[in-house]
Design a protein around this ligand. Structure first.
Ligand code: COA
Length: 260
């Protein structure tokens, strides 16, 4: 499918999705959000995709936020719907059922930071900058930032970022646990694809069960989470991949997973 604002390449079961509005620093207008929703909906059920990498075009920005031209038109009546639209897309990403890696190649501000937060693993280039500067525009983060940022970095740091609107460097983002790794710009996509390929080479039944079990942590109490984990562990034990993985270990060879 052809999109106006995103590029999608699928190779070796890895989907590389690039937000492609470089002149507007990849700001998320309605059309881009709609395209992301369509694209991720299709990836969700595409057996040819095991892992997704998402990045922004150009060297300057991952995504510089919601499109402020459209944002400026919102009112007391429409603002909630505007926020819910972004939340719908980012909820789809978080609940895709397959790992999504953010390769943050520059500014990740407002909705851009929230997009990265909805991904499961974040890598950043040395020139990346993160922030929730909405307070400077008289609003609060509306695409999930108050919830996801707080869960990832804790209440104190989340509030400092959201209440000041300050930007932080990639190194600082790594220090507070917002990104896993900081990489020189030239190697960012190479490293993101390597990581995606490593995950894609595992049995996808186990990968998806692990993803679901870790993500359920934020939804339910630990006792129920442990039960959820044990159930998924049991399901994995019923798979051919489990028999193959354990047999391969015992036979001192690499496993050949069939995702069955
Ligand atoms: N929405 C719409 N357009 C945006 C945008 C956004 N969030 N962020 C950047 N742009 C546009 C600029 O208007 C400019 O367009 P123009 O060339 O037609 O004038 C273009 O992208 C380049 O941005 P510019 O501001 O000139 O680049 P810069 O290097 O001087 O500054 C930033 C970069 C990221 C610091 C600055 O663009 C910025 O602060 N953006 C808004 C960040 C923000 O508040 N995001 C949260 C929104 S909820």
């Amino acid at each position: 499918m052809d999109y106006n604002n995103i590029l999608v390449e699928i190779d070796n079961k890895i989907a590389l999705l690039t937000i492609n509005r470089e002149k507007k620093l990849n700001a998320l207008n309605t059309e881009t959000l709609d395209e992301l929703f369509t694209c991720f909906s299709s990836i969700k059920t595409d057996d040819n995709v095991n892992v997704v990498v998402i990045t922004g075009s150009g060297e300057k920005a991952f995504v510089a936020g919601a499109d402020i031209n459209e944002l400026h038109e919102q009112s007391l009546l429409t603002g909630k719907i505007f926020a819910e639209k972004g939340q719908q897309v980012f909820n789809l990403i978080e609940n895709l059922g397959k790992p999504v890696i953010a390769a943050v190649n520059g500014f990740a501000l407002g909705g851009g930071c929230e997009l990265a937060l909805s991904c499961h693993i974040r890598l950043a280039s040395t020139n990346a900058k993160f922030g929730q500067p909405e307070v400077n525009l008289g609003i609060i983060p509306g695409y999930g930032g108050t919830q996801r940022l707080t869960r990832i970095v804790g209440t104190g740091i989340s509030l400092e970022l959201i209440l000041t609107g300050d930007l932080i460097t990639a190194d600082e983002a790594q220090r507070i646990g917002l990104v896993n790794k900081v990489i020189v710009p030239a190697d960012l996509l190479i490293e993101a694809k390597k990581l995606a390929e490593k995950i894609s080479s595992k049995g996808q039944i186990a990968v998806r069960a692990a993803l679901a079990s870790v993500l359920v942590n934020k939804e339910i109490p630990e006792r129920e989470g442990l039960n959820f984990e044990a159930n998924l562990f049991g399901n994995c034990c019923g798979s051919g991949d489990f028999k193959e993985g354990t047999k391969a270990f015992l036979e001192k060879r690499n496993p050949e997973f069939k995702n069955k």
